[in-house]
Ligand binder design. Structure first.
Ligand SMILES: O=C(O)CCC(=O)C(=O)O
Length: 263
């Protein structure tokens, strides 16, 4: 199914799937020409980051999963057509059933050839947001076949409440693999232009990159524009509060200068 035109019946169906599964995979949502236009600057940023990292073999599980750089939109105006895309923001808002969304942050996640797994985890473990209306758009900048480590999901896991205290780690991979094994598991390749949207409490992972090419992916995290800041539940959330919601306090609107409303 394509949501490119955002016709109401199509997005209503997508929203129902999202409510059930905690994730939807939208084929052909974005124009490949837009992705081709923004990719060189994101590639260059990942290349520069790569020069500062130790060799893959010397990194731990998290470091082997990808080269990670965050909030590119604040430094690189060339990515604005993608990161601040009204189509992506409106789709996120429709899926979550809110009037509009704010951006939490973007990130480039480049899984190197020979790069390792991304362990099972839930994103909202890290977010001091007093809402479940949180969502990540996972946006490949090239075709991502199974061998390159596309994102995989445990369907319906946003409702199970399991392991929300777990940070991403070998331990979250081990515990989730055992605890979520009865849930349906979606692992499918992505074509350029596809975008998946997953909820903050949906369990997900990705496999190793056994191909010879870099898995170039951009992500954008959104949340309900009217959400409030939660009391941080752990150190990760305290760090995120300072980094991505500077100056905001628990109980107040989650609306710093880094979080414009996107409509
Ligand atoms: O790209 C990956 O391997 C992990 C991405 C992820 O966990 C996310 O975007 O929430």
């Amino acid at each position: 199914m394509t949501a490119q035109t955002l016709e109401a019946p199509a997005t209503d169906r997508l929203a129902a799937d999202y409510a059930r599964d905690g994730v939807v995979h939208c084929t052909g949502l974005l124009d490949p020409a837009l992705l081709a236009a923004v990719r060189p600057v994101i590639d260059a940023d990942a290349e520069e980051l790569g020069r500062r990292l130790p060799p893959l073999a010397q990194r731990g599980t998290y470091g082997k999963a990808f080269r990670q750089s965050m909030n590119l939109w604040r430094r690189l105006p060339e990515v604005h057509p993608l990161v601040l895309s009204p189509l992506l923001a409106r789709t996120a808002a429709r899926l979550m059933g809110c009037r509009a969304v704010r951006i939490y942050h973007d990130q480039a996640l480049y899984k190197e050839p020979g790069g390792g797994i991304t362990p099972w985890h839930v994103d909202q473990h890290y977010w001091p947001l007093a809402t479940t209306r949180t969502i990540t758009a996972w946006i490949p900048l090239l075709d991502v076949p199974a061998a390159m480590g596309p994102l995989e999901f445990a369907l319906g896991s946003q409702r199970c409440g399991f392991g929300r205290e777990l940070a991403i780690s070998d331990e979250s991979e081990r515990q989730a693999a055992a605890s979520l094994r009865d849930l349906p598991w979606r692992a499918q390749p992505y074509r350029l232009g596809d975008v998946s949207f997953h909820a903050g409490w949906t369990w997900h992972r990705s496999g190793a990159n056994t191909s010879r090419a870099m898995r170039a992916v951009m992500t954008v995290i959104y949340y309900d524009a009217d959400a409030l800041v939660a009391e941080p539940a752990n150190t990760d959330q305290r760090n995120d509060l300072a980094a991505w919601l500077p100056g905001c306090l628990p109980g107040q609107p989650a609306a710093s200068v880094l979080n414009p409303v996107l409509e």
